[in-house]
Design a binder for this molecule. Sequence first.
Ligand SMILES: [Cu+2]
Length: 72
Amino acid sequence: MFGFKRVKKEIKVQGMHCGHCASRVENALKSIDGVKSVKIDLSSGAVTILSSAVLDDEKIKAVVTEAGFEVV
Ligand SMILES: [Cu+2]
């Protein structure tokens, strides 16, 4: 919602090869509490996460790993 603060976090994810991979990572990250949007650049593996609170790095790693990819 408008007016709430947003925390921006950028990570790099290895192993994404197509839109299907990207959407798996996106959905995994969106399952984390507070995540509002996920933007993925497939060619570089750069993932930008906007959230309403500071996210736990370990949690991010865990859901990405669970989806079958790796945070580098
Ligand atoms: Cu793929």
